[in-house]
Design a protein. Sequence first.
Lengths: 234, 220
Amino acid sequence: MAKGNVQLLGSWVSPYSNRVQMVLNLKSVDYEFIEENFYSNKSERLLKANPVHKKIPVLIHDEKPICESLVIIQYIDDVWTENGPSILPSDPYDRAIARFWAAYIDDKWFPCIWVILLSDGADAKKTAALEEFNKGLALLEDAFIKCSKGQKFFGGDKIGYLDIALGCFLGLVRLIQKMDNISLIDESKSPNLFKWAQHFSDDDAIKVVIPETEKLLEFAKVFVAQVKASGINK
Amino acid sequence: MAEVKMFGAWGSPFSKRVEMGLKLKGVEYEYIEEDLNNKSSLLLNYNPVHKKVPVLVHNGKPIAESLIILEYIDEAWEGPDILPKDPYERANARFWAKFIDEKCMPPMWKACWSIGEERAKAKEEASEALKFLENEINGQKFFGGDTIGLVDIAANFIGYWFRIAEEIVGLELMTQDKYPNLCKWAEEYCKCSFVKENLPPKDKLADIFKGIIQAQSAPK
C-alpha cells in the first residue's frame, strides 16, 4: 500500500539494516533498497541523510530521513497502521518490556557478539565476551518465556518488535557458530530460544533478509582482516 | 500498597526525569529514596538486570530505564503529551533523547572529572555533540516546541547538573558565545516553574561535586 516514497539506505550485511528490512516486509511496504558501503568510503547521500551518526540504516520517507533502527521500526509501526498487525505490543506495559529488552540487546548483548567475532580464540577478551553473551542469553531465554506466554514468538503468535530486535543477529550468530565451531544458541541450554530461532528464520518476511552463512563467511574474512589491520578493536 | 511507586535518588538526573514525567501527568506516586551505596533488596528485585534507579512500579509491575519509563508514563496516563503525536516528530524526539544519553552525557561527565589529555579528548567529543543540539533547538523555546517534551526532560542534565559541575571544575564547555541557543534554552528551562520543582537543590549538588574533586585529589 503506497504511503509516499520510501527508500532504505542499508546493507545486506548489517543486522541493524536487516531489522528495518524485516519490518518493511512484514508491513508489505514498497521501498527502494539502496546498498551503502557502511564501513568505509561512505556516500555523500548517506552523510547527508545521517549527518549526526553517519551510519546505516536510514529510512527516507518522502525525503525525510529517520535514523537509528529501533526508532525507524517504531516510526514504520506508527505510520503504516493499516498494514497488518502492529509490530509493538498493544499493551503499554508489554511495550515497555519489549523496549527494555531491545535496549538491553543493543547496549549490553550485541557488543559481546562483536568482540567474539573480532578476537582470536586465545584472547582472554573472547572468553570474557562469551561469558557475558551466555549470561545475556539466559536472561533472554527467561524473557522469552514471560513475553511469549507459551506462543512461538516474543510478540506472541506473531513476530513483533523484540523478535526483530534479537532475530536480526541470527545471521551473525550462525556465522560465529560456523567459524568457531561452537554452539552459541544451544538446544539444551536455551531450548526456547533455539526453537524460536527456527520459527523466526522460517517466516517468509524474515528468511529473505537474514544473510546466508556462506555469504557472510566470505564477507567476514575480508572485513575482519581489514578491521584487525586498521587496529580498530571495537 | 500504592498503585504507583518510584525508586529514585535525589541527585540523579535519570531519576528526576521520571518524576518530571509523573508530575506532568499529575500521577500520584509513592517515592522511595535509594542509597546508591547500599541498594535495597526491593530495588535489586525490581531491576535485577541493571540494579539501578530509577524504577517505576505500577500495580506491582516494574519498569526500568528512564526513557522507557517516560514513554510508558505517556501511554498509561492521560494529560499533556510527553511525546508528540505526529509519527515523524515522535521519531525525532526519540532520536534526540537517545543522542543525549549516548553521545552527550558520557563525554560531558567525563570532561568534568578527568584531567590533561583525557579531559581535552572528552571536551572535544562533548563539544561536537552539543553542536548538534545547538542546531536542533534553533531558536525554539523548548526542544518540544512551546511546551516541554521528551527531549527537554532528557536534557535535564545538560540544562542543570552540567552547568553547576562545569562552573565548579572550571571547564568552560557550554559557553554563551559557542552555544547561544542552548544557553538560552537552559535559562528558560530552569526558570520554568514546573522544571524548578523537579531539580535537586543547587547547593546540595555543588557539595557532591566538590566532594568528588576532593576525593580525586586526596593522597592515595
